[in-house]
Unconditional design. Structure first.
Length: 311
């Protein structure tokens, strides 16, 4: 039987941590270790982590605050399982999540198993077992770039060996997008199941969920990292990466306009990026008509676009 290392980074989530940990400890598949990484919490989260140490499957790491990537990396450094799974501490997994993921892995022999997730705004497509589909790395990467497969580190099962030379980048947000394409690329095959195993709870205090800030531009730093990787391994996928990035540029400009954020260098960067890619974006993607319309408006008249978006 395969041993799974479940890594949970913890930072000031006292209100949700018990639901998360209890959902893991009640799994129908029992051969796992749970690594709780207290990333310098200032509420009662660290104490609550320690309260679970009575279970021999639970390890607790306390460390200075270093962010999500730092906490995940610390958990991987301690992990001994053949397989990894990441769960964020304000989310939870269904009781048979590991069983479903492991069943798909056993059936397909895939290095990575991707499942669906659900939440307050995302309804579960299926709660039952479904026959997994198998993809090559290039096929899976294309689906990620087309946003048909999520880039979250969560709701997935990985062979631990894939992370031997891969770590989450510290100091950046959008760390999953920086990391998961490389992990997918290192795999021999990727299985995808429509079964929902993971509950995602939107965090209104998340830096990606609040009013626009300059930190959001980390996305384009990460996007360049992804394209540098693709240049070496899957060059033909770069146009799809550019289209994905164009959608983000349009979305960011809309957020900039609506929030009243002002930074000329950021605005100029976004406008320039949209102008360079808007033709391909409009004619070679399935993105919404509204997104395309705003993209065209931004490219032709950024000032008018700002006025329209503030209405």
């Amino acid at each position: 039987m395969s041993k799974v290392s479940i890594i949970v980074p913890v930072y000031n989530v006292e209100a949700f941590l018990k639901e998360c940990v209890d959902s893991i400890l009640s799994q129908s598949y029992a051969d796992f270790e749970l690594i709780l990484v207290d990333d310098g919490s200032t509420d009662g989260s660290g104490t609550l982590c320690d309260a679970y140490a009575y279970d021999e499957r639970v390890q607790v790491i306390h460390k200075a605050n270093g962010g999500l990537s730092s906490a995940r990396n610390a958990g991987m450094d301690r992990a001994v399982g053949d397989l990894f799974m990441f769960v964020d501490s304000d989310d939870y997994i269904l009781p048979n999540a590991l069983e479903i993921l492991l069943s798909a892995q056993k059936e397909t022999k895939a290095d990575v198993v991707v499942a669906d997730y659900f939440g307050e705004k995302v309804k579960p497509q299926s709660s039952r077992r479904t026959k997994p589909r198998l993809f090559t790395p290039k096929q899976a990467l294309k689906r990620i770039l087309q946003e048909k497969m999520n880039t979250s580190a969560c709701a997935k099962l990985y062979k631990a060996a894939l992370f031997q030379d891969i770590r989450f980048p510290e100091g950046l947000i959008y760390e999953d997008y920086a990391t998961i394409p490389k992990v997918i690329g290192a795999a021999k095959s990727i299985a995808y199941t429509h079964a929902c195993v993971y509950y995602y709870r939107p965090n209104p205090k998340s830096i990606t969920g609040v009013t626009f800030s300059a930190k959001r531009m980390d996305y384009f730093t990460v996007a360049e990292m992804v394209k540098n990787y693709l240049q070496k391994e899957h060059e033909t996928l770069i146009p799809w990466a550019n289209l994905r990035d164009t959608r983000y540029a349009i979305s960011f400009y809309m957020q900039v306009a609506k929030s009243g954020f002002t930074d000329e260098s950021i605005e100029e960067f976004l406008i320039d990026y949209i102008r360079k890619n808007i033709f391909q974006y409009c004619f070679k993607t399935r993105y919404s008509i509204l997104s395309k319309a705003y993209g065209i408006l931004i490219a032709l008249s950024p000032q008018l676009a700002r006025k329209q978006m503030r209405k």
